[in-house]
Design a protein. Sequence first.
Length: 280
Amino acid sequence: MIPEIIKADGTVEPFDGSKLEMSLMRSGASERTAERIRLTIQSSMGASAQSNDIYRRAFQMLRHDSRPSAARYSLRRALFEFGPSGHPFEDFVAELFRAEGWKVEDRKMIPGKCVMHEVDVYATRGNESLAAELKYHNDPGYKTDVKVSLYVKARFDDIWQCEPTNGATCPVERGFLITNTKFTRDAIQYATCSGLGLLGWTYPHEGNLYDRIVSVGLYPVTALTLLKKAEKRLLIDQGIVTCAQVRAHRDALRDLGIPPDRLGAILAEAGTLCAPASKD
């Protein structure tokens, strides 16, 4: 009998060991390590299991084998540690666009036809320009729904109808709704029909939030397994939200009273995570 997995959103599906192995190997685990972890978990499962419990067990075993791989495996959970405020996630997404070669302004005021709008991220690259509204969630089971898509599209419609002054053009060509979780089917359908761009954890199928983070090697500071939760929070409060920023501001680690030997290990882990994904 195949065990059932109860996911974060309450849905149930049959346990697929190959998915677990692929996720582990995608994080850097060897095929042998991924198979060993899958067999260990599968052998102790009952008729059903919570997906969160499976993740925790896999993470603990992988961390024992390779901390950098465990940090990559925990990427989605690491984003949830940014909360409860959405500002650190906004800062992280801004850094992600910068790593992709965009010039970024955070929380920029842009005129619309009727009112001014503050956009979370405004980015330009060459002749391209875009603005993004970000929706951050602490609950992995929460999906951004069609009401949010409607609201965000209405804001961009007002911006796109702005009345240029002094020969200037309206500064936004494309509008995006970005979330750290997933979208409902209706939200995707409406956005596709109306021309609103979407970027979520697994949407679109290629070039989603996970793919883009891994592609440039821009991991959140919360992914570092050698930092304590309180230390991560203190760094976030200083605006340090990525592993790259940890390496660039190592004095911030010293200011936390972290001893030299542990500081070196943290910087080494951050350096390993900063490597972009291979293109093979």
